[in-house]
Design a protein around this ligand. Structure first.
Ligand code: SF4
Length: 232
């Protein structure tokens, strides 16, 4: 299998220096997605074989504290439990970034200590009923998202929720209210959208969202009793 590797990142795993593995393919088609080649599964010059990435992690495991499995969507891969086991054996903590559309894989991972991630970031994009408009091959995205969020809340491992904020109020307080039942007392980060290489090129014509847009939604989440935050 081929993936894309960011050898070192200071921002993708809270509190750890990490290597980031980006997996191709996704069941959603968010128009703002910046990982166009990955999502469309286009082979790309910087793609390398998974074993090469593992060799890098092994070579740098004294410097790295963790590995982030991101995408695209990593939970689409049957090999994921074995991969996590191999990374953990290197002494690295594993974080998964997921869109929550594969609860069956999450359940498998969380079933055993050796395959359970050490940290999970779950994207909450829009109100659950609006996911149908993002879906590509995912059936019943609303229930998939709810199932994944429930598994993550019950797993007792560190996690966070993430929502992107747009300049044209694509995500509204009503979305936040509809998503809030999925969220526990873990941080819920509101980050701002920036145009550039979007999956739908029309989205490149939008301005970046403003910090105050993110602040408004984070405060709205706080008013609902959640830990809404907007990192700079
Ligand atoms: S879920 Fe993530 S990787 Fe998939 S299309 Fe949306 S933003 Fe891109």
């Amino acid at each position: 299998m081929k993936i894309s590797l960011r050898k070192t990142s200071l921002v993708d795993y809270p509190g750890r220096v990490a290597g980031v593995l980006f997996f191709p393919g996704c069941t959603l088609r968010c128009p703002w997605c910046h990982n166009r080649d990955l999502v469309l599964g286009n082979d790309h010059l910087d793609f390398i074989f998974l074993d090469e990435a593992l060799k890098h992690l092994e070579k740098r495991c004294a410097v790295l504290g963790g590995a982030v499995l991101s995408g695209g969507e990593p939970t689409l891969y049957e090999e994921l439990p074995e991969l996590i086991q191999r990374i953990k054996k290197l002494g690295l903590a594993v974080k998964i970034d997921t869109n929550g559309m594969e609860p069956a894989m999450l359940e498998r991972l969380l079933d055993a200590e050796e395959t359970a991630p050490d940290y999970i970031a779950l994207d909450l994009k829009v109100a659950p009923w609006r996911y149908a408009f993002l879906g590509h091959t995912c059936e019943d995205p609303e229930n998939m998202l709810a199932a994944s969020a429930g598994l993550i809340r019950d797993a007792g491992i560190p996690h966070e929720f993430r929502t992107l904020v747009f300049p044209h109020k694509f995500v509204t307080p009503e979305d936040i209210e509809s998503l809030a039942f999925l969220v526990d007392d873990a941080p819920w980060y509101f980050r701002i959208f920036r145009p550039g290489n979007c999956l739908d090129p029309a989205w490149n014509n939008l301005n970046a969202a403003e910090f105050r847009d993110a602040e408004t939604l984070a405060k709205y989440a706080q008013a609902l009793g959640k830990r809404g935050m907007c990192p700079l």
